[in-house]
Design a protein around this ligand. Structure first.
Ligand SMILES: [Zn+2]
Length: 254
């Protein structure tokens, strides 16, 4: 069984403030270590239930956050710039996509470091506001691959469950955009390992228990961007039958 794992940093356990995910800040090094440990926990759990091959996409900023040297055999790291393809090599032979360290969409409050793609951006797909969980689930859905596990703060888990029949791990409870009650480190890692194992067990019994997010064309994407300095809102609208082409045009990757 093959699992694809996409890893962001804002929803990693222990992360609450923006400087923790910025490469020029001293605390960033620790964040990368924590993120790598969460990935290893997910791999460990999935392996216990029979998964053999993993692709791990380093999805935050420049894509060079995870510790490549810490990843075991059978784990391929998708690092650096991959645009315009968001998930290289992802196709129908994968059984699931996990989203580790994810965050709630822009406008969610309170939610730790909530945003959609970039500062000041909000997205609506066919009239419904979406965040990064929905974008990634929709891309995976094009290959028939379901998102089966999502980790992040409590609001991220809530957003994921409203969208998908997936398992979730809450690593922290948001108290503001830059604050949270952190769940104990050992419990976070245990929960990720445990849920990963359960998801793969369910997948090996019946893949259909996790339907992929498959949306019907035509697609209309509304992109709102608010300039922080002036408060000016710019709106762009995109129309396409091809969802990846739409995301690639509007977001630079899909
Ligand atoms: Zn990020």
């Amino acid at each position: 069984m093959r699992i694809y794992i996409s890893v962001d940093l804002e929803g990693i356990g222990g992360v609450v403030r923006p400087e923790q995910v910025q490469p020029n800040h001293p605390s960033y090094t620790t964040t990368c270590l924590w993120a790598t440990e969460e990935v290893l926990a997910a791999i460990k759990g999935a392996r216990q239930a029979g998964a053999t091959e993993f692709y791990v996409k380093d999805a935050h900023a420049r894509g060079i956050n995870l510790h490549w040297e810490a990843l075991p055999a059978g784990v391929y790291l998708v690092a650096g710039r991959t645009r315009p393809t968001r998930f290289p090599k992802l196709h129908s032979t994968f059984h699931a996509l996990f989203l580790i360290g994810y965050h709630a969409k822009a406008g969610t409050s309170p939610a730790v470091l909530a945003h959609t793609w970039e500062e000041g951006m909000r997205l609506w797909l066919n009239g419904q506001e979406i965040g990064e969980i929905a974008v990634d689930a929709a891309i995976a859905g094009l290959w028939g691959v379901p998102v089966t596990l999502v980790s992040g703060d409590d609001r991220t888990a809530e957003e994921a469950r409203a969208l998908l029949p997936c398992h979730t791990v809450v690593v922290k409870e948001a108290t503001s955009e830059e604050g949270a009650i952190l769940h104990p480190r050992t419990e976070v890692l245990q929960a990720i390992e445990e849920q990963s194992r359960r998801v793969v067990e369910r997948l090996s019994k019946k893949r259909a228990s996790f339907p992929p997010l498959q949306l019907s064309p035509p697609f209309h994407l509304r992109v709102e961007k608010t300039q922080e300095s002036t408060g000016q809102v710019n709106v762009a609208e995109f129309y396409n039958y091809d969802l990846r082409a739409l995301f690639q045009k509007a977001l630079g990757e899909g």
